[in-house]
Design a protein around this ligand. Structure first.
Ligand code: ZN
Length: 417
């Protein structure tokens, strides 16, 4: 036997995931990626064809004679749920991540977990019924607070204390009878961007969400890095050099207290009150308060104070990002969240600080960009999270056993994996 085959015994799940990640691929392509023999690949592919998980189709280009393999995405569905401060997005995907249904909802408040989750469950069931979907293969959820990933429970969420320890995973598993994974919003956004956004096929990158708070998702070797206790990427409380501004966490100079949405709105109100910015003063007088969007509008109008506020925030984020770049050496930094709407002015300031403060080798090919998926990165990542789980080598057999589907080819139970 080929020694490489012994060292890397490709399972049916791994072959399936190569096909899944490549969209359409011929047998030769799978052999090249996996590095195992044609006969082993052929054996695994025949299993998958018999199960009805994949199909072979003729290539569109008649000059390519080899049959292409693709997964039969339509045989099942998963849901990606993403909750912002008040906005809920639910997307139902096929197994190859095509969108079957998408809906956005506004919730009055998310402070009380019981009523909030009952509403989300009701909306997901309604969406499934409308699409004649009897059962889901899995549900991925992204919520805007720290989550104990293993247990699927929020952990000490700062603004919604009633959610602490609320059994989210258990509740959704009971309601829908399928596997459920719950993670924090930034991690699922990073996964979404890596799956079909601007960092597709990049195994090491950093996703920074800049909204009211600031957090990062770290993709390392193609998977999310959660750290020992699941709170890796909490960069909002890294100190910015020379700042002593008070943060709600009790420390001073935290990035979130310098460049988060709430901090910027407060600074804008100070600038308006001091008469430094006529634009902001007029907005404050009209609305009684200022938001990040007012700063953006002012910058578009050419208000120098607004432009400087955006640049300063970008430089602060860039300064902290440079520390991460020196430590982690990502190929890209993707910036998402509400404040990424500041656009090129903001991204340019982040890029400038990162390059100025990082090692040359680490920034030689570093890409700093705005999230391509924007609002879709969260629900897309939630869908990816659960699909990666149910089709992992560890869960693949269980996924087959759990599912009552029959295919035109055979019964799932008749094939041993
Ligand atoms: Zn802090």
């Amino acid at each position: 036997m080929n020694p490489k085959e012994i060292a890397t015994p490709y399972t049916t799940a791994q072959i399936f995931n190569i096909i899944r990640q490549n969209g359409e691929i011929n047998r030769m392509g799978i052999t090249e990626i996996s590095g195992v023999s044609k006969s082993t690949i052929s054996h695994q592919i025949n299993k998958l064809l018999k199960l009805g998980f994949i199909e072979e189709k003729a290539p569109l280009d008649s000059s390519q004679r080899k049959l292409k393999l693709k997964i039969r995405g339509e045989i099942g569905h998963v849901a990606g749920i993403f909750l912002g401060t008040t906005k809920l997005t639910i997307i139902i995907f096929t197994l190859d991540m095509r969108i079957v249904a998408e809906k956005n909802y506004f919730l009055d408040s998310i402070s009380e977990p019981e009523s909030c989750n009952r509403e989300i469950i009701k909306q997901l069931k309604t969406l499934c019924q409308a699409q004649h979907i009897d059962s889901l293969w899995g549900i991925g959820i992204g919520f805007p607070f720290p989550v104990n990933f293993r247990e699927g429970k929020p952990d000490s969420p700062p603004n919604v204390p009633l959610w602490h320890g609320y059994p989210l995973k258990q509740l959704y598993e009971q309601e829908f009878g399928c596997p459920v994974l719950v993670d924090n919003d930034v991690n699922v956004m990073a996964l979404g961007e890596g799956y079909m956004g601007c960092t597709q096929n990049e195994p090491n990158f950093l996703f920074i969400k800049v909204g009211t708070g600031i957090g990062a998702g770290l993709i390392v070797d193609g998977i999310i890095y959660r750290g020992a206790n699941g709170c890796a990427g909490d960069i909002g409380h890294i100190a910015v050099d020379g700042s002593s501004v008070q943060c709600h966490c009790g420390n001073r100079g935290c990035l979130e207290a310098v460049a988060g949405g709430k901090a910027l709105a407060a600074k804008a109100e100070q600038k308006a009150a001091s008469g430094e910015s006529p634009f902001l003063a007029a907005r404050l007088k009209a609305n009684g308060h200022l938001k990040a969007v007012d700063i953006n509008d002012g910058a578009i109008e050419g208000d120098l104070t607004c432009i400087q506020l955006i640049k300063d925030a970008g430089h602060a984020i860039g300064e902290v990002s440079a520390k991460l770049v020196n430590f982690f050496n990502p190929s890209s930094i993707v910036v998402g969240g509400g404040l990424s709407g500041f656009g090129n002015l903001f991204i340019g300031a982040i890029r400038e600080s990162v390059i100025r403060r990082s090692l040359h080798l680490a920034t030689y090919e570093l890409n700093v960009c705005i999230s391509e998926l924007k609002q879709k990165s969260g629900p897309t990542g939630a869908g990816t999270l659960i699909l990666d789980h149910i089709f992992s080598s560890e869960e693949f057999s269980t996924t087959l056993e759990r599912l009552p589907f029959t295919t035109p080819h055979s019964s799932a139970n008749s094939v041993q994996i």
